[in-house]
Write a protein of this length. Structure first.
Lengths: 316, 316
């Protein structure tokens, strides 16, 4: 039998990623480009560019809430371009192959389960730590097809409103967006910081990397921002541990670059908060597929669905 | 083939419940008595009293964190009597039948799935609202064998410490214990309230029923306490909805007696906070097995384990 291929798409962040992935979970070709408002045309172009003679299907991981009954996206506060378009029907029509859709955090969790840091765990929770905070839950070796909007869990119920409608969401304290907003606000208030010299003095262009770099150089504000964000991430980790008691928590996304301050602080805080016996049984570790978890997981949606097998029996 | 029976035990609250349950999920006989420090002897006596000629096994639902590998209880902040005893080995030795152990919220969720309000749902979260707050999660028709300590999810990460070690746990705002503590504190501060006339003037004996009754009679303090507790319960519901996007949330425990104020307020708050599309797809409804969910679910642990079948195929 010939090797099978699928297209995996990751519409999770500010970039879109499209890859041709083999049944073994290997990336054959991959395109990464900035997301645009013309998402459907942009996707069609990229798929056409990397498609092999024959693909078994298209798997799509996207930010937002998935309407699983109708294969659509309900709402996507961080990626409005996908709202209201029937992406799966359109892609099916254009390429004449089956299309499967999932939340991007869920797709990344599936990717890590199949070929990444989650391979040897029967249950784990994946958190994507970037502009926003997303998640995916593996239990009993399978992906839980749930919203897993862990970033929109309220951890300060009487605090400030989140654009999602909730109040005091984890994402407002522990995401890159939250850190940058705080840095800008503090500098505007006159706080001294090395960050003022970044981006040629344009603080509105600050990135989490700038904050981490300044922190390593001893900048007080940057260290404080990373530590506080880490502390709140730890609140989120403790909540996950107390509810899901997973074998592992896998952390992904750009912010894990700041592991030594941000994540270490989070682990310390979680250890203070979660039930001791549960904390002692959980491993907290970084994603191993990094940027590729989403496209690999998305492609696997195709292989898993077509094989009719469950995840545990499907060997990569 | 003759009918099968199992013993179901619920060590969830201030009372212990032991029942003889048929394979069809019917309670043949049941004993309910206050929990004591001599829990093992108390259980042995009750089991001996109601045991039929032959039972297939004993299922035990208990407050606390379950060490599933060793069939023991790690820690049980609300029921210290079960900590450090090897209940399953002891019961196995005394009755010479297999013994299965689960968290009490999980057992109740299983009970509701098999013969209660959760029968027709593939996925739901059960919350037990009493002295403390517990939970259980059904997904894909099966019980998730996780801690599901939903009452120990922090919803106010910078607030007061919870005895569990975490800070600002849901249980500290929305449980019976929290309501009573607030009533006592307010009355001690001199707040006028009908509650002062309850329990022959001994406010340290107040119950949630007293608060609900006073609220129905127009008592301002009681209404405020129930509404605020309900609001925080709503924060918890929204978090559950955003993460687990269940088909239903089933509410159990003594506090659902105050449905018209406490739960209604919770539903209103959850509707304001959770993602609209997810909130619109969830049904929030009361337990139908009430007090019996725990013992029925515990007995079902036996039937399910012995049949080797999964929950969906096992018909009651």
């Amino acid at each position: 039998m010939s090797r099978k291929y699928a297209i995996g798409i990751d519409l999770g962040g500010t970039n879109l990623r499209v890859a041709l992935v083999s049944e073994e979970g290997e990336i054959v070709r991959k395109i990464k480009k900035p997301s645009s408002a013309q998402i459907l045309d942009s996707l069609t172009e990229s798929i056409a560019e990397i498609k092999a003679e024959k693909v078994a299907g298209i798997g799509l991981g996207t930010a937002g809430l998935i309407d699983r009954k109708n294969g659509r996206v309900y709402a996507s506060p961080n990626l409005h371009a996908v709202e209201g378009i029937d992406l799966s029907t359109e892609l099916r029509r254009r390429f004449n192959v089956p299309v499967f859709i999932e939340n991007d955090g869920n797709a990344a969790a599936l990717g890590e389960k199949i070929g990444g840091a989650g391979k040897s765990f029967d249950s784990f929770v994946l958190l994507t730590l970037g502009t926003g905070i997303g998640g995916g839950i593996i239990h009993g070796g399978r992906l839980l097809k749930v919203a897993s909007e862990i970033g929109h869990m309220s951890i300060n119920s009487d605090a400030e409103k989140c654009p999602c409608g909730n109040v005091g969401c984890l994402e407002n304290y522990a995401s890159a967006r939250a850190m940058i907003a705080r840095a800008v606000a503090m500098i505007e208030k006159g706080t001294e910081s090395l960050l003022k010299e970044c981006c040629k003095g344009n603080i509105y262009k600050l990135s989490p990397e700038d904050i981490y770099k300044a922190a390593l150089e001893g900048d007080t504000l940057s260290r404080e921002i990373l530590r506080d964000a880490g502390k709140y991430l730890g609140v989120g980790l403790a909540n996950i541990i107390n509810i899901m008691s997973p074998e592992a928590i896998i952390l992904a996304g750009g912010l894990i670059g700041a592991w030594n301050i941000y994540v270490q602080e989070a682990i310390k805080e979680a250890s203070r908060r979660a039930f001791k016996d549960l904390f002692d049984s959980v491993k907290i570790l970084p994603s191993s597929l990094r940027d590729n978890a989403g496209v690999i997981g998305a492609a696997c949606l195709v292989f898993l669905s077509l094989s009719g097998e469950n995840l545990q029996r499907y060997h990569y």
